[in-house]
Design a binder for this molecule. Structure first.
Ligand SMILES: [Zn+2]
Length: 104
């Protein structure tokens, strides 16, 4: 198997993955330090990762004048390398499960 997570920062345990639902890059700190943002412990498995908590993103796209054009909510649990999109997700994969694709 191939890694679906990529470690961006060893100190904070920041990992990234390509979301199979919204198609965007997501990242999360996994180690509690002095980092003020959201963090999420995981099982340490790079190929079939499991997060303890769900991962929720609000993704904004903007008009040229800086105003908000649209908002996508992408809310998932990640278990054994599979993202399951919770029903408040606003994209087409709400309620579905999709495997996270490996980094190539
Ligand atoms: Zn997403």
């Amino acid at each position: 198997m191939l890694n679906v997570f990529k470690i961006l920062d060893a100190d904070t345990g920041r990992v990234a993955w390509r979301c199979p639902g919204c198609g965007k890059l997501h990242a999360r700190e996994t180690v509690v330090r002095d980092f003020p943002g959201p963090w999420n412990p995981w099982n340490g498995d790079m190929e079939q990762p499991t997060f303890e908590k769900n991962v929720r993103y609000r993704l904004h796209s903007h008009n040229e004048d800086g105003s908000i054009k649209s908002v996508i909510v992408c809310d998932s649990t990640i278990t054994d390398g599979v993202a399951t999109f919770i029903n408040d997700t606003s994209h087409e994969f709400a309620g579905q499960s999709l495997p996270i694709q490996p980094w190539v």
